[in-house]
Design a binder for this molecule. Structure first.
Ligand code: TXA
Ligand code: MG
Length: 324
């Protein structure tokens, strides 16, 4: 079993049946791979927490086919939520709304709010469509990695995390590569809790108002802002100047060190040249960190990308990965 081709109708059917019975299936999305269970079954959702080693007070995102299916889980969709849904669904923007009472309580970790996302990936949509036919309207799915580790962007990354017993649908390498932007729409003003590849400017244009900064009220979930998304190796973020200076004195081979940098010369064996384009870096970032870990390095030097809105999602993940 383990990895099945997401393009096969038979595999979609097997996955939907497994989900219906309360089992877990790892699915590709356009951002990262998710570890899914039916959102209306608290025992199935509890298995996600156990499998990931995730604290049960850390809420999950519920994935739906579209706005109509979101209505089953939301107490209301206010103006901010409606605008984001109209502009970006299906796609990599998650909205947090007030939760309909009694719906998806375990996925929400008991919070009065719920995170809803409508994925664009064809395989995720095929599974959601078949699940809907079987009477299941939403799938709880966090990223398919152990708690604190970097998110998986290929089916092989998922198998590496959880072994062969988990059913994984293979939908190729994730096109976007970092997790969805999360906008908390449950309060008086929308708050960006996690940046993604959709920029702050794009979100604000759709909302028609400015995003507010997170505060204690808007981030009730422990770990929402400080979870690490970290490789096993220690990651050090360096300015372009620090990187240039360090590379000048670096011998051609250094044991246990990998470098991810725009300015790096290729003569070093463990140097990976960072693309200039934020979308290209987002797409490969987690795979590059996993590759360095697989090579057994102890230290990863990363050149800090520019501090501009286009790089916000990538910079956020790099800062988390570098956090002590
Ligand atoms: O792109 C994505 O969003 C991926 C794919 C699989 O869809 N999913 C994902 O899920 O990144 P996860 O569970 O790894 O990250 C969800 C984040 C967590 O940091 C969680 O604390 C936050 O969303 N979250 C979920 N529900 C929340 C809520 N009601 N209030 C505040 N934060 C919430
Ligand atoms: Mg995650």
């Amino acid at each position: 079993m383990s990895v099945l081709p997401g393009s096969s109708a038979d595999a979609i059917e097997q996955a939907a049946q497994r989900l219906k019975q309360g089992g877990l299936v790892a699915l590709p999305t356009e951002t990262v791979y998710g570890l899914a269970a039916r959102a209306d079954d608290d025992a199935a959702v509890a298995q996600i927490f156990a499998t990931k080693g995730r604290p049960s007070d850390h809420p999950l995102i519920v994935h739906v086919l579209g706005r109509d299916e979101a209505l089953a889980f939301a107490a209301e969709l206010n103006d901010a939520a409606e605008r984001l849904i109209a502009a970006f669904w299906p796609g990599p923007v998650t909205v947090i709304v007030r939760r309909a009472s009694g719906r998806a309580a375990a996925a929400a970790a008991g919070l009065p709010t719920l995170a809803l996302r409508c994925p664009a990936h064809a395989v995720a949509r095929a599974v959601l469509t078949r699940c809907a036919q079987l009477g299941i309207s939403g799938l709880a799915a966090p990223s398919a990695n152990r708690f604190g580790h970097v998110s998986p962007t290929t089916a092989a990354h998922v198998s590496d995390e959880f072994g062969e017993s988990l059913m994984v649908l293979d939908g190729g390498a994730s096109e976007l590569g970092i997790e969805s932007a999360i906008v908390d729409c449950s309060g008086a003003a929308p708050v960006l809790l996690r940046p993604g590849v959709i920029t702050r400017e794009q979100l604000e244009r759709a909302l028609g108002v400015a995003l507010h900064e997170p505060d204690e009220r808007s981030a009730p979930a422990p770990g929402t802002l400080d979870s690490h998304y970290a490789p096993r190796a220690t990651l050090r973020l360096m300015s372009s100047r620090e990187m240039k200076e360090a590379l000048q004195v670096l011998p051609a081979t250094i044991k246990g060190l990998a470098v991810y940098s725009r300015s790096a010369p290729r003569r070093h064996p463990l140097v990976r040249v960072m693309p200039d384009d934020p979308l290209a870096v987002a797409q490969e970032l987690f795979a590059v960190l996993r590759m360095f870990d697989d090579q057994g390095v102890k230290l990863i030097w990363v050149e800090q990308p520019p501090d501009t809105p286009q790089w916000e999602g990538v910079n956020d993940r790099l800062q988390r990965a570098a956090a002590p």
